[in-house]
Design a protein around this ligand. Sequence first.
Ligand code: HEC
Length: 308
Amino acid sequence: MLLSLTGCGGGSNADGLRLDLDKRDPERLLRFYLGSYLGSDGGDAFEAGVLSGEGTYRLHPDKLEARWRPALDSANADGDGRIDWDEFVDFIDRTYADARNLPPMLDAFRSSVPYAESDSAWFTVEIDGVMTNARRHIFAPMASLRSALEGYQANDEQLIYPVGTALVGEHRLDGDLAETTVMQKRADGFWDFFVYGADGALASATATEPRPLQSPIQCIGCHFGQKLFEPEKSFPAAAPDGPFGPRGIRVGSDMRNAEIVTFFNEHAKRSDTVLGLYGTLFVSKLIADRDAGRLASEDASLLQTLGF
Ligand code: HEC
């Protein structure tokens, strides 16, 4: 009796496993990661009993679906009754893609999310940024972007994208597709992060220079963090070159409106863990269109909703 209470025997005692992640804001991280194991919508890991605590947290393997437990046991192979960051990463690496039921091939993903160049249903922008040396081609669904902008005031001046929204970043080297990175919004409010390689298969990390980014662990590191990155940080001014080459958001002067950049403060605020400036760029463009006397009426009312 006493033995089982003190946690001997590894995984499944009633007290669960102590999580020693040694991370800033562990609750948010844990909500994201463990919510990932609660079905296609994600879910609340505290409500589900998978997670407990405040300040220090415990994971309750008996509340997870049985199919995830072997990976957890193997992550906790030393059986010390606690999970440190490396053990946690090991568990996530082994199970996340299955838990999220990610489409195994880019083609399959693309049949449900048909993004395409010069399709007016998609807002597109090219960036030389921090994730890769490759040129990034970003695709954001127009309908989601409009919805986030329409809800800006109601959402306490945040850009919150609708559930199901997919933001896609293609990495192109000399015009060829080298890999594809995706964020897709779940019903629990978090996004899933994933990567397809040049061969079109789901990959555990990016492969372009200057360094592989492990998915989803490293993705979350930046997207949940506070650090400001170039070229977003300097925009609309030009960004200084990075250690691996030039950086910039490749848009014309119609999308460089300092007033709108300040208004949304989109990169620093990173509402919804989105780091790019899609609201800023789109609204800047609409204002330029209005100045040029060619604004559609639905766009005029969007600008009005925002107070411009
Ligand atoms: C070094 C920090 C960093 C890491 C690591 C990182 N990102 Fe990003 N990500 C950014 C920044 C900055 C942007 C906005 C500029 C851009 O697209 O280059 C961004 C943009 C994105 C976008 C477009 C939506 C948005 O937030 O603007 C997607 C999709 C994305 N990242 C997916 C991923 C995935 C998947 C991973 C992990 C494999 C990842 N990111 C890792 C910094 C990072």
